[in-house]
Design a protein around this ligand. Structure first.
Ligand code: UDP
Ligand code: LCN
Length: 854
């Protein structure tokens, strides 16, 4: 479509749409009549466009309409709810900016509506379709349609109850915005995700605005301690004036000392003046930190504020929650539900510990940091170490995995539980885990970080209980992974328990002091696609509750801190001296032996061809079967390369994971259907990251490429692993990878919904490499450059620890509002979440062990 004009800055869709419709009134009357022809339903942009195409069949005429304002408005439409005679549009001109309008199809009149009104339209559609289904069920089984009040079963109740929802004036509506009105907000889409730097700016104006706020900073510094030992200042310096004066004296006194004089040599004198440890390890560092604080107190500015908080000793002990399992350091990757999150958390701990040790040394302190990763202890550990309570974390000195079992009324639960069914165990787990943590750490941690819905919920419950700063990491918010997962609640809930999951997500994201994301798109999407968090701003779970304001993506709590890949494992194929040559014979067999066994099936007839490689858990959303089908269909691609797929296992009856079993079956069907034997090698899930890294590099030796074809990928660690190994990478345009790779430069984007286009793009690459081998080298080198510039754990750890420090102060400034919001969250948790988990079946163990519940 040709480029269309945007609205003037001041114009809303509601203002401009009447004129846009007037300009093409004849066509629009017909088009809107067509939209409502089929009655109540939801329409996506492509449905709206398809209908429009049918109505205006002359392409020139159609282009004329679409090139105008109307085309622009339609293109900003994310979805439309058709409830004759109205069509309600949910439009989004820019990330985070939504506007809702309704158009009367009879007279094309336009009215702006609120998010709530729009959601009611959606509910009416769902209500009607359920009621219809309900009636037909009764008709079939009982030969009559029930009057609305005669309900027998719980299901009936829900149906009838839901029938009334859209019209129910008192239906439950969740509005976090109403209890969160005083914290400052960003206003530009481009600033979203830069919370840390904006908090420094907001702090600047707050500290500038009143002497009260500067006193808050002094009061905050007075609270700092490590296990009861005061840090930075003591009560002698209890006011801004006293602190400022003492800083001048202290700075003057150290300026005459050699820069490397250790703190201990002037510690006693400083103590008399009211200073405690924590300013630095040497005279130079102490002086610099003091100068920074003096400048902040004199005339605050964001860079000094950020620098000062980067140095304040606030965080020594961190607890990370990554609850669902299998969580371990060996033999777990590729097991159901165990993917990138485990890799991320373990690498994150190593990076945190290194950064903490460096900071503590520079603060002049003699403190051992402690990091605990809390996960679930699974007695039936299937040969992994997931039944071991305490496990030191590799490549760290002071960090451990602490496993605490799930308990039910029958005692300890022995078996693995899918992440979708995990909710009933979490409250008791929080209690048990908190007790263990406090025992092991001999006190409270300074920072709690949750991972994924379950870990975030537990982290928020514990942070609330102990009054600790909370950071959350979603990894993947399930809501956007499944199309229309909100209004399809009734259909999806029995399988995925999304009602619990979305409720838990809302609780955690609203409890968090800061939210860590891997990419911008995770928060606010792109021009055309809403972000994962953004999709929680307004939505409805018909029959449960309506969310008028779930999260605000302009909240400065959002921060992008992208993970890296362990570069001692994932290094370029060109670093010959480091290559893990011991794996060569095993990898040779893995790729090329001709037998089928438990580890691999299929074979590669022509081993001189480059290898097209993919590796992922065998989830539907990973689309490994999609890639296999694209390959099967594309003759040119098949002539150029072999396909190697790592993922899942081969016997669907043995898989415990619902989605995996279906995908396994599909893989077998595709191999048969496209006669792929001889050109495909399907390798079962791999659990050794060292061997995997060598596998990536072996594929690079073959001048092959990595493909990440997911229907949607939140971030995609495999993408950066492959790029770290120097392997040219094709990755989905849907989600995080689109931000990691600059298309055509450091790799390629592929559209998972357009298999032909994607497989041709891959085939063209290999064709081009055949003609110009330098092409392969260029993409490989650019991929590495991109990684080194943006995706390393060092950058990550520095950013996140700065967050821990600055948000710990920030939350004290908004204490009252935070408390009010917490009360709202508590109510939501108690009255909604606790009820929802009652519908999730508790797993029955074949054998249980451990103390029985009295
Ligand atoms: N992985 C693995 N073996 C497999 C499949 C995946 O070791 O059979 C690893 C992969 O190397 C990566 C992680 O699991 O480190 C997957 O992370 P990603 O972010 O790509 O996806 P997720 O599984 O978290 O959705
Ligand atoms: C979960 C996912 O789905 C991936 O996209 C991420 O890379 C992984 O977690 C680590 O954050």
């Amino acid at each position: 479509m040709a480029t269309t004009p945007a609205l003037k800055r001041s114009e809303s869709i509601a203002d401009s749409m009447p004129e846009a419709l007037r300009q093409s009134r004849y066509h629009m009357k017909r088009c809107f009549a067509k939209y409502i022809e089929q009655g109540k339903r939801m329409m996506k942009l492509h449905n709206l466009m398809d209908e429009l195409e049918k109505v205006i069949d002359d392409p020139a005429e159609r282009n004329h309409v679409l090139e105008g304002l109307l085309g622009y408005i339609l293109c900003t439409t994310m979805e439309a709810a058709v409830v004759p005679p109205y069509i309600a549009f949910a439009t989004r001109q820019n990330p985070g900016f939504w506007e809702y309008v309704k158009v009367n199809a009879n007279d094309l009149s336009v009215d702006g509506i609120t998010a709530t009104e729009y959601l009611k339209f959606k509910e009416m559609i769902v209500d009607e379709s359920w009621y219809r289904k309900h009636c037909s069920f009764y008709n079939t089984f009982y030969g009559f349609i029930p009057p609305i009040r005669k309900v027998k079963t719980h299901k009936d109740y829900l149906c009838v109850n839901m029938k009334c929802r859209a019209k129910d004036e008192y239906a439950l509506e969740i509005d976090f915005g109403a209890v969160d009105f005083s914290t400052p907000r960003l206003t530009l889409s481009s600033s979203i995700g830069n919370g840390l730097s904006y908090v420094s700016k907001f702090l600047t104006s707050k500290l500038n605005a009143s002497s009260m706020s500067a006193q808050c900073l002094v009061d905050y510094l007075l609270t700092l301690n490590h296990q009861g030992d005061k840090l930075m200042i003591n009560e002698t310096l209890s006011t801004v004036a006293k602190l400022q004066a003492a800083l001048v004296v202290a700075e003057a006194s150290i300026s005459s000392l050699p820069t490397d004089t250790p703190y201990q040599s002037f510690e006693l004198r400083f103590k008399e003046w009211g200073f405690e440890k924590g300013w630095g390890d040497t005279a130079e560092r102490v002086r610099d930190t003091m100068r920074t604080l003096s400048e902040v107190l004199q005339a605050p500015d964001p860079s000094n504020i950020e620098k000062f908080f980067g140095r304040v000793p606030t965080v020594f002990n961190i607890v990370l929650f990554s609850v669902h399992g299998y969580f371990g350091q060996a033999d777990v990757l590729g097991l159901p539900d165990t993917g990138g999150q485990v890799v991320y958390v373990l690498d994150q701990v190593v990076a945190f510990e290194e950064e903490l040790l460096q900071r503590i040394k520079q603060q002049g302190l003699n403190v051992k940091p402690q990091i605990l990763v809390l996960t679930r202890l699974i007695p039936d550990a299937k040969g992994t170490k997931c039944n071991q309570e305490l496990e030191p974390i590799n490549n760290t000195k002071h960090s451990h995995i602490l496993r605490v079992p799930f308990r039910t009324e029958k005692g300890v639960l022995n078996q693995w539980v899918s992440r979708f069914d995990i909710y009933p165990y979490l409250e008791r787990y929080t209690q048990d885990a908190s007790d263990k943590i406090i025992e092991l750490m001999e006190g409270k941690p300074d920072l709690i970080i949750g991972n994924y819905t379950d870990g975030n919920l537990v982290a928020s419950l514990m942070a609330r209980k102990l009054g600790i700063t909370l950071g959350t990491i979603a990894h993947a918010l399930e809501k956007t992974k499944y199309e229309d997962s909100d209004i399809k609640l009734k259909e999806l809930d029995p399988k995925y328990h999304f009602s619990c999951q979305f409720t838990a997500d809302l609780i955690a994201m609203n409890s968090a002091d800061f939210v860590i994301t891997s990419t911008y798109q995770e928060i606010a999407g792109s021009k055309d696609r809403p972000g994962q968090y953004e999709s929680h701003s307004a939505f409805t779970l018909p029959g449960l509750y309506r969310v008028a304001s779930g999260i605000n993506v302009f909240d400065p709590k959002f921060n992008i801190a992208a993970p890296g890949a362990d570069q001692s494992v994932y290094f370029p194929y060109t670093e010959k001296q480091k290559r893990l040559t011991d794996f060569r014979p095993a990898i040779e067999k893995l790729l090329f032996s001709k037998v089928d066994n438990d580890e691999h099936i299929g074979y590669l007839e022509d081993r001189t061809k480059p290898i097209l490689f993919t590796m992922a858990r065998l989830d539907t959303v990973k689309n490994t079967t999609g890639l296999t089908e694209w390959f099967g269909k594309n003759k040119k691609l098949r002539s150029l390369v072999n396909l190697v797929v790592v993922g899942g296992s081969f016997d669907p009856t043995k898989s415990k994971d619902r989605e995996e079993a279906a995908e396994i079956k599909k893989m077998h069907v595709l191999i048969e259907k496209y006669q792929l034997k001889g050109q495909i090698r399907w390798i079962a899930a791999q659990t050794d990251r060292y061997r995997n890294s060598e596998l990536y590099r072996t594929i690079a030796d073959s001048k092959g490429a990595f493909v990440q074809p997911a229907l949607y990928e939140a971030f995609g660690l495999t993408v950066i692993e492959a790029m770290n190994c120097g392997l040219p990478t094709f990755a989905t345009s849907q989600g995080g990878p689109a931000e990691i790779i600059v298309d055509g430069i450091s790799g390629f984007h592929i559209d998972p919904n357009n298999g032909d286009e994607s497989s041709n793009k891959i085939a063209n690459f290999f064709q081009k490499c055949k003609e110009d081998p330098e092409h392969w080298n260029r993409i490989s080198a650019q991929g590495l450059k991109r990684i080194y510039e943006c995706y390393t754990w060092k950058i990550y750890a520095n950013k996140v620890l700065n967050m821990g420090s600055i948000y710990t102060f920030w939350r004290t400034l908004y204490k009252d509002q935070k408390q009010a919001k917490q009360r709202y969250i508590d109510t939501f948790y108690n009255l909604e979440f606790r009820n929802l988990i009652k519908d999730v079946p508790i797993k029955i163990d074949e054998k249980t062990e451990g103390p029985k519940e009295r």
